[in-house]
Every structure is written in C-alpha cells, then in structure tokens.
Design a protein around this ligand. Sequence first.
Ligand code: CA2
Length: 151
Amino acid sequence: MKILVLNGPNLNMLGLREPEVYGAQSYADLEQFIQAAALDADCAVEIRQTNHEGVLVDWIQQAYGAFDGIIINPAAYTHTSVAILDALKAVSLPTVEVHLSDISRREAFRGHSYVSAACLQTVKGQGFDGYRQALLALRAHIMGMREANLQ
Ligand code: CA2
C-alpha cells in the first residue's frame, strides 16, 4: 500500500520556533517518526513538504493512479485553500487530514478547515502521533475498500 504524506508551509521549521505549540522535535525527526510508523503498518510512504500552495495542488493531482491514499497537513493553507480542497475532490483518493496542534482550541481563524470536506477524518492535537493514527485509519479504510471490491 502506497501512501503520500504532504506537509505544507513552515512545517520545515519544526523545532526551531514555537516549541510550546508544535513541540521541540525537528522536521527530520517527524519524517523519521512517520517512516517508522509506516514500517510497523507495512505501508510504503513518500513524505514531501513545500511552502507553495500550487505545488501541493500539483502533487495531489499527480497522486492519482500512483498512490492508494493521502495524508495531508496543509498547515496555514488549511484555513484558506479552496484550490487544495478542489484538488483533493478531483482525485478522490482516500485522504486523512492531520494537525499537530488542536486547531479547534487556538485562534478562531484556525477553527475552520476548507480541506476537511474532502477528508475521511481529521486528526488534531496529537503531535507526531497524529500521523501514525492517520496512517492506521487510512490503511484500515483502504483495506476495507479492497475487501468490499472482492465480494
Ligand atoms: O497544527 C498544525 O499542524 C498546523 O497545521 C500547523 C500550521 C498552522 O498554520 C495550522 O493552523 C495548524 C503551522 C505550521 C508552522 O509550523 C511552525 C513550526 C515551527 C515554527 C513556526 C511554525
């Protein structure tokens, strides 16, 4: 099972600023954590990060036919991007949204996610472990779909 993990703007700054919100570990630590979780779950993950909205849209489009599902932390674009929502709807791959922090308990503008409407579920406020939870939920969903198609 091949899963594309997409991380949006400024997540490459993890560990350098705001450790009280996002933790003290670095982006490289996050990549290692996700790779270890994927190994445990017997999934193959490709992890990418960009600061550019259009690049996220391109990567989502290119995932069609190449990956079984998507895990996405669109970072600030969560709260602004109809383009990312439309791309996720267009490819219609099973997708889980992740946020390190609990966006429902922060500033009001973080309370709304445009991308949620195209996602199976949103995992928030669980730190790095949210990516592991997202991976397990996505794997269960994809395996369920495969079984249903066999019947
Ligand atoms: O909680 C999350 O994962 C967010 O997606 C992170 C975004 C934020 O805009 C969302 O509202 C919630 C911000 C990512 C920026 O990460 C930083 C890391 C270190 C220092 C500064 C920002």
